[in-house]
Design a protein around this ligand. Structure first.
Ligand code: DCP
Ligand code: CA
Ligand code: CA
Length: 363
């Protein structure tokens, strides 16, 4: 689930001074150049009804709120950080894995504790909201989905104080009517570009030829959009300080380009890497190698596996293939070698998730 606090800075200001609650509240970053120069940081939902929102000039906000009794306040970052820290501690207590992604939002992987049940997840979300409300007098909006991408879009779907659950079987129908700019990576420019070729909704994008899409937006972005609109996302909820990759590097006894000598050494590196991966309960989707040659030049190769793996044989075999290619492609002798795995999944849970997703889509 993705938890995002509602009109965060402005809500904290309302909490500090409840008498302003029913008025438009505009939190401003004053540049100091002249009295009204600067931009709106955020505004409460009363002010938003007048068209005031993050990023617009303070002067424009004032003109929109002319003749209205509105409250303009300077940002107080220190206080917001303090509230953020406290509330994040509460949220962390509800997650198997926790990843804060901004001052007022965080991903909570709750798959394990709710046994992959979306009903239980919704129940848990209601408890989170109650807890935050009673402990900190704040409201938040929560999105629940099969992955981070869907959870994030779901959290934005109903605000403020919303709770939106999107089960795997509902992902497509949920995404199709939404505007393309709800996808990460679609800014104002991309949105305009898409409009010129007739794409307004995620559904339009889904119907669009992938080939043309990569022509217009490049292969990386084109593929990203294609995956995103299918609701595909395999990124982990990444704990802070948790490794994004695990690697080992070693110096060979002598410089060589004999594949067998190299693989003797990398096999041991693979075993060390594998042991580390195993202890952390992870599986990996990417395998990389590095070779430092006699002249200190560095070469690397990597491969993405079709499915997450956790066996040392798979790692060794992949490393073998990569070194085979690397050695055959150069005349240089190798001095140091390294092995790396990344793009992690959490093994047991992924298994469980898949089966329970099947259950969910049938019900
Ligand atoms: N913020 C900012 N400038 C922006 C966007 C945001 O200073 N252009 C700050 C103020 C917000 C906070 O970051 O309160 C969190 O940003 P959000 O995008 O989550 O917006 P809000 O929490 O204000 O509103 P919402 O209820 O839409 O989440
Ligand atoms: Ca917010
Ligand atoms: Ca936010």
């Amino acid at each position: 689930m993705l938890v995002d606090f509602d009109y965060f800075f402005a809500q904290i200001e309302e909490k500090r001074n409840p008498s302003i609650k029913d008025k438009p509240v505009v939190v401003c970053v004053y540049s100091g150049r002249s009295q009204d120069s600067g931009a709106v940081s955020t505004a409460n939902y009363v002010a938003r009804r007048y068209g005031v929102k993050s990023g617009i000039p303070i002067a424009l906000a004032k003109s929109k709120l002319e003749n209205v009794e509105a409250v303009f306040l300077p940002v107080d970052h220190r206080l917001y950080e303090e509230v953020s820290e406290k509330t994040m501690t509460v949220l962390r207590g509800y997650a198997d894995y926790f990843e804060q992604v901004g001052i007022d939002e965080a991903y909570l992987d709750v798959s394990r504790r709710v046994n992959c049940s979306f009903e239980q997840a919704a129940e848990l979300a209601r408890r989170v909201k109650n807890d935050i409300r009673s402990q900190h007098e704040l409201t938040c909006s929560i999105g629940i989905g099969p992955n981070k991408l869907v959870a994030k879009i779901a959290a934005d779907a109903q605000k403020p104080d919303g709770l939106t659950v999107v089960k795997p079987a509902q992902v497509e129908s949920f995404l199709v009517p939404l505007s393309v700019d709800r996808l990460i990576g679609v800014g104002v420019k991309t949105k305009e570009k898409m409009e010129t070729i007739g794409i307004r909704t995620i559904g339009d994008l889904a119907k669009y030829d992938l080939w043309r899409l990569t022509e217009v937006f490049g292969r990386k972005l084109g593929t990203h959009f294609h995956n995103a609109l299918m609701g595909i996302d395999d990124k982990l909820v990444q704990e802070r300080g948790e490794a994004e990759s695990i690697s080992r590097i070693a110096t060979l006894k002598e410089d060589t380009r004999d594949l067998k000598t190299i693989l003797d050494r990398t096999d041991r590196l693979c075993e060390e890497v594998h042991e580390d991966v195993r202890q952390r309960g992870l599986s990996f989707k990417s395998v990389g190698i590095i070779a430092i040659s006699t002249d200190m030049s560095i070469r690397s190769r990597s491969k993405t596996l079709d499915n997450p793996a956790n066996k040392s044989e798979v790692l060794k075999r992949t490393v073998e293939g990569l070194f085979g290619k690397l050695v055959s492609e150069s005349e240089l002798k190798v001095r140091r070698v390294g092995v790396k795995v990344s793009n992690f999944a959490r093994e047991q849970k992924t298994q469980k998730q898949i089966t329970s997703f099947l259950g969910d889509s049938e019900s």
